[in-house]
Design a protein around this ligand. Structure first.
Ligand code: N01
Length: 548
């Protein structure tokens, strides 16, 4: 990289505007990237599609939206002052609270002046002759940068299934990830919710409490555990804050990037039935998914072990839901617990005991069309409904990147390169796409960890890498194809050694018709992954090609 990194905008700046780095996305990843890279003296511009910062937490405003990782963990660690000052009122942060926090971060670290809102990036083109990326936005902005950081999110491309007849629906329809900012009042309405993933499970109890009648359309029964949310105990908070730096360091040495859960020491099959019952009872009472999956060493590795935990939760469902027929529909039987994203809820299964809630199993009787007044499954007309809520998820992990026309001049688009599934080196870079970094990309632990920790780890790595390039006079970095091939193979091997591939989950793209079935996140554990990234950097960016 030349010493003379481009100067930022001046009154007479030429078009396109030139930066050292353009960051795509103003969520938790983009904000930290801006903060971290600006501190290196680089000129940075962030483009964000929304009218505010916050990414996921800006868009997902559905009733009951909250984080399923505890708030004391799910927050930035880069500033001790910030983590000491911020007070989380509840064990799990609500969407409004987390969005308030993100806005506070944007103000506190003076980030807004380098963020352009309402600006969806549509293309990114690398010119190998001049070694620069040119990005264009929907609104016609054109910017040029030596480096491009894609912080466009893993769950940021909402997906409404391609149902026939949606345009004919006379009521209102909503998607969990595109929720109206003014909120929705379902009072007195007949509402349909399609989808029972984390979003559906969180919103269903609240919509049921407000609506006249709620009909839930479930394709796959999902395991959900009680969150046991509540006000954050002030003594607990004080202790946590006292040990914050140590706890953050400890989190780096865990598989999920979350501290405070002692590592299990034995297989579920080594315990007696009584011991297992007591262990699962304790986890159920404690609330939280990491703690439950951490009851034994092999719940995500051994089907027989997993069966003990899966059956425990099925029995809980049967104990909570009064109608045996409804309980059986709700009790998941087609995948091991934890292999689809485990949900956390407050009164989810209890909601099916309400008189104003019905459950429709659309596994064997799929939705075939939306009608003007409701919807039709293969066998039955359902409705009338005043509103339909799609809690149908996202084109996960690759959707946002594939929507941007990313390419090197004269070369194939990233979307085409990934036709058969995403390929990255460490989830950080893609061979053939120089100077483009991905924050928590496919092939990294990302969604299988505490996301903010994963974001910080990736961004720190990228920042250190840029500093290294500058210090050593390199202007270009690119993942080498053999290193990428080996990493992709490793990611697959690790996934195949677990139970994860047994589920039709968004981790394998199963929720998107036609999406190649490839296990996208790295499930070898955060700690080992970070060591690998550090070792790669320590060995002069092994597996990357650096050119002056
Ligand atoms: O989406 P999902 P989500 N007909 O894909 C169903 C994070 N998150 O928005 O399982 C009928 O999990 C689909 O059925 P199936 C978290 O990582 C976190 O709920 O594909 N049904 C499924 O039931 C989460 O995992 C929080 O068979 C259809 C549902 O819609 C991720 O975001 C809160 C259908 C989609 O579930 C995504 O969660 C919310 C069709 N044609 C989200 N198509 C926290 O707590 C899809 N479905 C932090």
């Amino acid at each position: 990289m030349s010493d003379a990194m481009e100067e930022t905008r001046t009154a007479t700046a030429p078009q396109p505007m030139n930066y050292d780095v353009v960051v795509v996305g103003g969520g938790l990843g983009g904000l930290y990237a801006l903060h971290r890279l600006r501190a290196l003296g680089l000129t940075v511009r962030v483009f964000e599609a929304g009218s505010g910062v916050g990414g996921t937490w800006f868009w997902n405003r559905y009733p009951g939206a909250r984080c399923d990782v505890e708030s004391m963990e799910y927050s930035y660690s880069f500033s001790d002052d910030l983590q000491q000052d911020w007070v989380w009122p509840e064990r799990y942060g609500t969407q409004p609270e987390i969005l308030r926090y993100i806005n506070h971060v944007a103000d506190r670290f003076d980030l807004r002046r380098d963020i352009q809102l309402n600006s969806r990036v549509t293309s990114a083109l690398f010119d190998p002759d001049v070694g620069r990326w040119t990005l264009k936005t929907e609104g016609g902005d054109v910017v040029s940068a030596r480096f491009c950081v894609m912080a466009s999110g893993n769950l940021s491309t909402p997906r409404v299934p391609d149902f026939k007849g949606l345009a004919s629906f006379r009521g209102q329809w909503y998607h969990s990830g595109l929720w109206p900012h003014q909120g929705v009042d379902f009072s007195g309405q007949r509402v349909a919710v399609i989808g029972t993933g984390s979003s559906g499970v969180q919103m269903i109890p609240l919509i049921a409490a407000q609506a006249d009648h709620l009909t839930v359309f479930q394709r796959t029964a999902n395991f959900s555990l009680p969150a046991r949310n509540g006000p954050l105990d002030s003594e607990k908070e004080r202790c946590h804050k006292e040990q914050y730096p140590a706890r953050r360091r400890a989190a780096l040495d865990t598989p999920f990037g979350i501290a405070g859960h002692p590592a299990p020491t034995q297989s579920a099959l080594q315990a007696t039935e009584d011991e297992r019952q007591r262990a699962y009872d304790a986890k159920w009472a404690e609330g939280g998914s990491i703690s439950f999956l951490y009851a034994y060493t092999d719940l995500l590795l051994d089907k027989a072990s997993n069966d003990t935990a899966s059956e425990y939760v099925r029995q809980k469902i049967r104990g909570i839901v009064r109608s045996p027929a409804v309980a059986e529909i709700l009790a998941p039987k087609d995948h091991p617990i934890g292999t689809k994203r485990l949900c956390l809820d407050t009164n989810y299964y209890e909601t099916y005991n309400r008189n104003n809630v019905s459950l429709v199993d659309v596994k064997n009787d799929p939705i075939v069309e939306i009608t003007p007044s409701g919807l039709r499954t293969a066998s039955t007309e359902h409705g009338p409904f005043d509103a339909i809520v799609f809690a149908t998820g996202f084109d996960a992990m690759t959707g946002a990147l594939r929507e941007i026309d990313v390419r090197v001049q004269g070369g194939a688009a990233l979307a085409d390169e990934w036709q058969a599934g995403p390929r990255t080196y460490l989830g950080l870079m893609v061979a053939g796409f120089p100077n483009m970094f991905v924050v928590t990309g496919p092939g990294s632990p990302s969604v299988k960890t505490q996301m903010i920790l994963a974001i910080e780890q990736h961004t720190d790595w990228i920042a250190d890498c840029l500093a290294h390039l500058r210090a050593h006079g390199f202007s270009r970095i690119e993942a080498a194809a053999p290193a990428q091939d080996a990493w992709v193979q490793h990611v697959n091997q690790v996934a195949d050694s677990t139970l994860y591939p047994l589920a039709n989950s968004w981790y394998v793209g199963a929720n998107i018709p036609g999406k190649p079935r490839v296990f996208m996140p790295y499930v070898g554990g955060f700690a080992g992954y970070k060591q690998k990234c550090d070792a790669v950097a320590g060995n002069g960016y092994e597996g990357f090609m650096l050119t002056p």
